[in-house]
Design a protein around this ligand. Structure first.
Ligand code: FES
Ligand SMILES: [Fe+2]
Length: 334
């Protein structure tokens, strides 16, 4: 059970599903030591050993769909502000949002995510007007002749390792990451490849700041135990939940949520009608990656892939859950 199995013969691989009992044996059943969410020394280690070393999802390709599009992502956990920009050549790159002249924030931000577009494919620092291309190159320096010496080639925006999986843009602050993104996602990435994520253009977007350790938020979005109670208003009639089909690969994990009786509440009726009346929003179980709800159960609600450390997907194909019919919900923990 430790290895990735070839279930479909070809390059499509499916991770083994583990029972609750197997998971208990792997992870133990004793209470979790609270130090991992409250000890500042442990958090500091996580910042250095996890967030500055692993691949972090920071954007989607459809957020920066055209040359000149950019997004700035504030990553407080890494004490960094990151520009993700699509260059004139169509390539998506990531840079520190720090001017190479005097360290000013090149693109000012007020939100944890800021979006923009430059028709001229340039980013201009407001302090002294240095102009960078969306590929990071330093294009022009006002009063350049006044500098005794200036090597513009060495003054490009500082690039961050960046790669894309299934339309999701990841960065890695490590200059030489131990693993490529492909290696990091491994069989997990193969299992969840192929779903038309890019067609799930955002219907609704929200963000919130939680005053908690990052893992507290991660745990809350990784379980279905709370659904019958805290979602009773939006999912009336929900009769119970089955959280099963656990898969673990390295730091990544997934599981499936089954359950019947998720009726539409008055508050979500309009949204439900909209989803079920348009062909594009109809459930498409055939589009789910192979091995997800392999039994074809009618009470399948969604699969919950979690890419460590900051990215969770709710992958659904329909059924009665009004908010998720034929959709994908994307959550960034930080
Ligand atoms: S700090 Fe950016 S141009 Fe001077
Ligand atoms: Fe929930």
């Amino acid at each position: 059970m430790e290895t990735v199995q070839d279930l479909q013969g070809s390059s499509k691989r499916v991770l083994p599903i583990r029972s609750t009992e197997e998971i208990r044996q792997m992870l133990g059943t004793k209470p979790v030591n609270l130090d991992i969410i409250r000890d500042p020394a442990i958090y500091k280690q996580e910042q250095e050993k996890i967030f500055r070393k692993t691949w972090l999802k920071v954007a989607t390709t459809w957020e920066v769909a055209n040359p000149g599009d950019w997004k700035v992502k504030e990553l407080a956990v890494c004490d960094a502000s990151v520009i993700i920009a699509r260059g004139k050549d169509g390539v998506i790159r990531a840079f520190h949002n720090v001017c190479t002249h005097r360290g000013n924030k090149v693109i000012p931000t007020t939100e944890f995510e800021t979006f923009g577009h430059s028709r001229a494919n340039v980013i201009t620092c407001r302090f002294h007007g240095w102009v960078f291309g969306t590929n990071g190159d330093l294009r022009s320096v006002p009063m350049k002749e006044e500098f005794a010496e200036i090597d513009t080639k060495c003054l490009s925006l500082r690039e961050i390792q960046c790669d894309v999986w299934e339309g999701f843009v990841f960065i890695n602050f490590d200059k030489k990451p131990e693993q490529s993104l492909k290696e990091y996602l491994g069989g997990f990435g193969e299992l969840f490849a192929g779903y038309p994520y890019a067609e799930s253009t955002t219907a609704y977007r929200y963000s919130t700041v939680l005053d908690c350790n990052w893992k507290v938020a991660l745990y809350a979005f990784s379980e279905g135990y709370h659904v019958p109670t805290i979602h009773a208003g939006s999912l009336p009639g929900f009769s119970g939940i089955e959280h099963t089909n656990y898969r673990i690969l390295g730091p990544h994990a997934s599981s499936a949520i089954y359950g019947g009786g998720m009726d539409t509440a008055d508050s979500t009726q309009k949204f439900d009608t909209l989803l079920h009346s348009a062909a594009t929003h109809k459930p498409h179980p055939e589009q789910l990656p192979g091995g997800i709800n392999a039994e074809g159960r009618s009470d399948f609600q969604f699969e919950l892939p979690s890419v460590f450390p900051n990215f969770i997907i709710h992958l659904a194909s329909g059924c009665g859950y009004p908010g998720l019919s034929g959709s994908v919900a994307i959550r960034n923990v930080c």
